[in-house]
Every structure is written in structure tokens, then in C-alpha cells.
Design a protein around this ligand. Structure first.
Ligand code: GLN
Length: 319
């Protein structure tokens, strides 16, 4: 087999070999030509950011950063380099999220390892971290003789919220739970990577079950729970619907299953004047605010809009 047909064989074994694959000739292709070809493939699939995706994936494939691509536009890529990139691109052509392919997502200016065991951290969730930090700055800084500020993160996934809080709050001790042992393995590795693993206890189980018998009261309870309605699950983009963990997204028939159970149990675990801070979905502000208002266990409820003006984070204080 010639080296050129070997590269073709790679592309035709990936199940996405129709269309532009067949007219692409990899011998003597420059980096710029490979990029243009990859972008056309991604665009043909209807992806929204074909140029960005092509650049990120080619840079990842070559082990360089995106700026490095621009300096090498006229470099001719070797056939093995192109074959490796075609394999990587074929994953994206099956709608696998870029972050699962590169294995990285930035959150709160920290790098998190991600794969299909965990939800990819979203920029909106940084608003939850920001809101939580505002409350904690109102709580007097614990002296060494006092117990550390205790925080609980339910459904920690990649660990992004718990780890961001731990890096900002050196005196905090954090409990982070998830229903998925696989997710906790990712979160634990991320905590080690950021050297905060000694202050985060990762525990497996649903909602408050893992901390039920620990006897702790928390100054802050945070969660970015599953909140997508059953019917919306079907209309999500394939990157989310077919690749991200279903249990991290599925909020039940009306998307509110988690909040109902959570709000009933949370007061029991909050310290006096403790705060809860929760992410909510687009359009859930009114119902969440009325749930908080009706609940006798909470006071001072409010909602913080994200940069798109969508109510994104609700907070309330233990009554
Ligand atoms: N806490 C994680 C995040 O915010 C995971 C949330 C989830 O899996 N629903 O990304």
C-alpha cells in the first residue's frame, strides 16, 4: 500500500469518509492546506465553530499551541502527522466535544482534565463560584484556632467548583459528592493536580447521603445540578446529548427533580446563617424563586443573571 492510500484507509475506516475526504490528497500538504480541508469537513457537518475546532485539534494533534500553528502555515506535514490528525478529526466528525478529545477545559483560569465521565465545566458556572465567594468574604476569616469554613459541593463532576473554591479559600475544608464513582476519579485527579486534594473530601452518593452521618454543618452548600427537562434533552446539540453524562443533565420531567429534594433536605445541613448557591437553567428563575419563597427554611433568596441576562444562579440563606 502506498503511503498515500494508507492515509486514505485511515480516513475511510472512521465512518465519516464521505465528501471532502475523498478529494483531499495529503502528500506535500502544508499545514494551511490541512487546516482548510479540516475546516471544510467540519463546516459540512454544520458545526458552529469549524475554524476554531480545526485549529485547536490540529495544534493538539501536533503537540503545539494555536499560536504555533500560525508560525508553521507553510510547513509540509508528514504523512504520519496527517494520519494522526485524521484520526483525531474523525472523533470530532462524530460530534465528540473538542474538550473530550483534547482532554482539557479551562475553568476559573485553572486547567481541568475532562473526559466523557464528567460534564464539561461551563463558563456560566464561574458565576456560581463568584457568588459563593461573595458570601464567604462576609463570614469572618477563621483564625487558626477556629475550625475551618466548611463547604459542601453536591454533584461535583470534574470537581471544578470545589477546586476553584479551594484555591481561593486556603482556610476552607470542602466535601464534594457525586453519584458517579467515575466522576469522582476525575475530580480527585484534578484536585491533586491543583494541590488542594488534602482539603477536599470526595464522597460517593446521591444528594446528602454521603454526609448524612458526618454531623457537619456547612457555611456554604453549592451545586450545579442536572436541570434539563426530559423533552429538552432530546433537542440538545449532539455534542451534549450523545456525549456528556446523562445523569449530569437529566433533571426529570420538568427539570426540577433535584431542586425539590435538595431544598427539603438542605436546611438540615446548613450552619446558622449559612448560604446555599445553586446554578439554574434558562427559564427556571421564576419557579426557583417561588420555591425558595415558599420554603420556611430559607430567607433572603435572590437570583443573579449571567452575562446574557439569563437568571443563572440562585442563592438563599438559612432561616
Ligand atoms: N459541578 C460540575 C460542574 O459544574 C458538574 C455538574 C454536573 O455534573 N451537573 O461542571
Amino acid at each position: 500500500m502506498s503511503s498515500e492510500s494508507r492515509v486514505r484507509a485511515v480516513s475511510s475506516s472512521n465512518g465519516a469518509a464521505t465528501g471532502p475526504h475523498n478529494i483531499f490528497s495529503p502528500s506535500n500538504a502544508t499545514l494551511a492546506q490541512v487546516l482548510t480541508w479540516a475546516e471544510a469537513e467540519l463546516m459540512a457537518l454544520g458545526l458552529t465553530t469549524p475554524q476554531l475546532d480545526a485549529e485547536v485539534l490540529l495544534a493538539h494533534s501536533l503537540g503545539i499551541n494555536r499560536a504555533g500553528l500560525y508560525a508553521r502555515f507553510h510547513t509540509v506535514l508528514s504523512l504520519p502527522q496527517i494520519a494522526t490528525f485524521q484520526q483525531i478529526l474523525s472523533r470530532r466528525l462524530q460530534h465528540e466535544p473538542v474538550q473530550y478529545i483534547t482532554g482539557i477545559q479551562e475553568f476559573w483560569s485553572l486547567e481541568f482534565a475532562v473526559d466523557s465521565r464528567v460534564l464539561i465545566p461551563r463558563p456560566e458556572t464561574e458565576l456560581l463560584v463568584e457568588t459563593a465567594l461573595r458570601f464567604l468574604s462576609q463570614i469572618p476569616n477563621p483564625h487558626q484556632s477556629q475550625p475551618p469554613t466548611r463547604i459542601l459541593d453536591i454533584g461535583t463532576g470534574s470537581g471544578c467548583i470545589a477546586i476553584a473554591l479551594a484555591t481561593e479559600l486556603p482556610a476552607a475544608e470542602i466535601w464534594a459528592t457525586d453519584i458517579s464513582a467515575n466522576a469522582l476519579a476525575v475530580a480527585t485527579a484534578n484536585a491533586q493536580q491543583h494541590s488542594v486534594h488534602q482539603r477536599i473530601h470526595f464522597l460517593q452518593g446521591s444528594l446528602f447521603t454521603p454526609v448524612t452521618h458526618q454531623g457537619h454543618l456547612f457555611a456554604l452548600i453549592v451545586s450545579n445540578p442536572p436541570y434539563i427537562t426530559r423533552s429538552d434533552l432530546l433537542t440538545l446539540q449532539p455534542e451534549v446529548r450523545d456525549w456528556e453524562p446523562r445523569h449530569a443533565l437529566d433533571g426529570g420531567e420538568d427539570g426540577l427533580d433535584f431542586y425539590r429534594q435538595f431544598l427539603n433536605e438542605a436546611p438540615e445541613y446548613l450552619a446558622t446563617n449559612g448560604w446555599l448557591v445553586l446554578e439554574i437553567g434558562d427559564g427556571q428563575e421564576a419557579v426557583l424563586m417561588s420555591m425558595l419563597k415558599e420554603h420556611t427554611g430559607f430567607a433572603n433568596g435572590f437570583c443573579v443573571p449571567d452575562y446574557a441576562g439569563v437568571g443563572r444562579v440562585v442563592a438563599a440563606q438559612k432561616n
